[in-house]
Design a protein around this ligand. Structure first.
Ligand SMILES: [Zn+2]
Length: 256
């Protein structure tokens, strides 16, 4: 017998409340889903951190390694997961998104693969959230997409293609990696400007300066981490540019 709080998602098992949330600003309803890894060696510690008022961080959902899912913050509330971030000109990503933390030690922990039960749970959860909030496929993003200079999560081992096959997120088959012309840090000119314009058109927060600087390199790496995970080096090779172009061409129509 219990009258514990019921999670809002049918894909979640229980509520473990975090105090780290506020009001969504500007009456913004969530139309974006941001996926994270916890980046800590121990999932229990990660969960504790997300529920500790001193941390001032949280997410709406937490996915354990065994596929158990806890809701930490009500979906109507603004969870504190994205920090300083940007997508398609918007900078208060917390106010317009649902955040999901996936327990995984991350890059600092050697980037271990995500387990089967955990990914199955992530897919169930994302499908449910995306359906209930009508979140467009191209607004299911990595933390690294919206904060490329600061964040790498959920990392290049996260199975975005598999999520897409399950109906979650935007994906095109990456163009094969071949030798040929490429652009890298330090270069300047019209082709760099065109590259930055394409990245910005897709949504990335990159200034269009015509100079391939450290910020541009970080955005190219973030793009690769999500959409061309075979090689993440911040170099805009032909495969990267073609994949970006294909992705823009295949973009789902905006939901009114
Ligand atoms: Zn994150």
């Amino acid at each position: 017998m219990s009258n514990r709080l019921q999670p809002e998602s049918s894909a979640a098992h229980r509520v473990i409340p975090s105090p780290n949330h506020g009001e969504r600003k500007g009456d913004r309803r969530p139309d974006m889903l941001i996926l994270h890894y916890t980046g800590m060696p121990d999932e229990a510690q990660a969960l504790q951190w997300l529920c500790n008022p001193a941390s001032e961080v949280s997410a709406h959902y937490f996915v354990f390694e065994n596929g158990h899912v806890a809701q930490l913050v009500p979906e109507a509330r603004r969870a504190w997961h994205a920090g300083r971030s940007s997508w398609r000109g918007e900078t208060d990503i917390n106010s317009c998104s649902i955040g999901v933390e996936i327990a995984n030690p991350g890059h600092d922990g050697g980037l271990p693969p995500f387990g089967e039960a955990q990914i199955a749970a992530v897919i169930r959860l994302c499908r449910d959230v995306v359906a209930r909030w009508s979140i467009p496929a191209d607004r299911v993003l990595a933390h690294s997409d919206v904060a490329p200079g600061r964040k790498q999560d959920p990392g290049q081992r996260f199975p975005w293609e598999r999520l897409h096959r399950a109906g979650v997120g935007h994906w095109v088959r990456p163009a094969p990696i071949r030798d040929g012309r490429f652009f890298t840090r330090g270069e300047e000119g019209q082709p760099i400007e065109a590259l930055q314009a394409m990245l910005a058109m897709y949504g990335y927060g990159v200034p269009i300066t015509g100079a391939f600087d450290a910020d541009t390199e970080a955005v190219v790496a973030a793009f690769q981490r999500h959409f061309r995970p075979e090689r993440v080096d911040g170099i805009a090779d032909a495969s990267t540019i073609t994949t970006l172009r294909d992705l823009i061409a295949a973009r789902p129509r905006a939901v009114a």
